[in-house]
Design a protein around this ligand. Structure first.
Ligand SMILES: [Zn+2]
Length: 229
């Protein structure tokens, strides 16, 4: 099936009631021939008196170039509705598909048996390709757990956040060691960037391969020391 306007409007109204409590205001839905993105939630940014910025004039655009099962088209509409919900409420997420987006997506998937993805694409390679591929500098905490397993956490580049995380996990009996690195490897773009006391389990080899060339930092719990080379 290919997107058409009446189907898109029906889908929007149906899932607005079902998944968003009917709270999404009506929005123009446009058909496009875009090849790179099957769905888009677009808006304008206006400056309010006082300098604050506001997102306005929302539209959802759906591409008619691909033929997909009806359920997949519905998932694409719901994906754009999550963007619309976040942006029209002027919420700030950690990235385009950041913590807020993924929380809502996971909740809708679990509650309503949907299969919404971040990228509208189905294979692992395609999904990985959909992450931001520009290099950004991140602080990476590498955790060694008391059972020898490894994990990482991508931290904001803000000293109090780094110290909060470092001291928090060092206090945990499950963590035996924490090392900090500064890296701009694009692999780390896919992880949420926050100082919540969580980590992502990863194989040691995978971690090492992405930290080649990273700058190691020392932390004493109060300060960070960068190795100047
Ligand atoms: Zn999206």
């Amino acid at each position: 099936m290919i997107f058409n306007h009446p189907f898109a409007v029906r889908t929007f109204n149906h899932f607005n009631k079902l998944c968003f409590g009917g709270k999404l205001p009506p929005v123009p839905i446009e058909m496009s021939n875009a090849r790179r993105s099957l769905g888009q939630c677009v808006y304008r940014i206006v400056a309010l008196p006082g300098g604050k910025k506001q997102k306005t004039d929302f539209r959802i655009r759906l591409s008619q170039v691909v033929d997909l099962p009806e359920r997949e088209l519905e998932d694409i509409v719901i994906h754009e509705m999550i963007h619309y919900y976040i942006d029209s409420n002027q919420f700030t997420d950690t990235s385009t598909h950041g913590i807020l987006f993924q929380d809502m997506m996971n909740r809708i998937n679990a509650t309503f048996g949907r299969n919404i993805t971040i990228s509208h694409k189905s294979t692992k390679e395609e999904r990985e390709g959909a992450y931001d591929t520009r290099p950004h500098w991140h602080v990476i905490a590498v955790l060694t757990l008391s059972d020898g397993k490894k994990g990482i956490k991508v931290l904001p580049r803000v000293l109090p956040s780094i110290l909060k995380y470092y001291n928090g996990v060092m206090a945990s009996p499950q963590v035996s060691d924490v090392q900090l690195y500064m890296s701009n490897d694009i692999y780390f773009n896919r992880f949420p960037n926050s100082s919540s006391l969580k980590y992502h389990s990863l194989e040691d080899d995978v971690i090492k391969s992405h930290l080649v060339g990273a700058e190691k930092m020392e932390c004493d719990g109060h300060q960070l020391f960068r190795h100047q080379s």
